[in-house]
Design a protein around this ligand. Structure first.
Ligand SMILES: [Fe+2]
Length: 145
């Protein structure tokens, strides 16, 4: 199995848990800006869900097997689930900022490995992901200032 597939499976697991984590924040966030933040978090989990499927299908194109169980995702993911309880908008944004920083770093790492294997299709996918993560990090940084 090539290294790109292994790393894509790490990334896939992180995206799967991130999907649950973002839903948790979307439901439990509190505060005066609730509506805006609630809607923004929905945009983020919709995007994460698309990336999740895109990454799994890329693994199949590389003739690998995408991890496909919550058990494996929880064992593999470096992003952790949250307890279901109230969370302030500020803490929700801090959580998003940390997690997207991690996703960006990982996407860049996978991109470098894919490039070393001349897998330019995976490189292109990950470059688009990093561009989106940069936008999220910019948005959240401005919000937390
Ligand atoms: Fe919703």
């Amino acid at each position: 199995m090539n290294k790109t597939v292994d790393l894509l499976n790490q990334y896939l697991s992180d995206l799967a848990v991130m999907n649950t984590r973002l839903h948790n924040l979307h439901w439990n966030v509190t505060g005066k800006a609730f509506k805006q933040v609630h809607v923004y978090l929905e945009e983020l989990y919709d995007d994460v869900f698309e990336k999740y499927d895109e990454v799994a299908e890329r693994i199949k194109m590389l003739q690998g097997y995408p991890k496909a169980s919550n058990k494996e995702y929880l064992e593999t993911s470096k992003i952790k689930e949250l307890a279901s309880k109230d969370i302030s908008t500020e803490d929700a944004f801090k959580s998003v900022f940390n997690d997207y920083g991690y996703l960006k770093e990982l996407a860049m790492e996978v991109r470098i490995i894919a490039d070393s294997e001349d897998d330019f299709v995976t490189v292109a996918i990950l470059e688009a992901h990093v561009a989106f993560y940069d936008k999220v990090l910019y948005f959240v940084r401005q919000t937390l200032k």
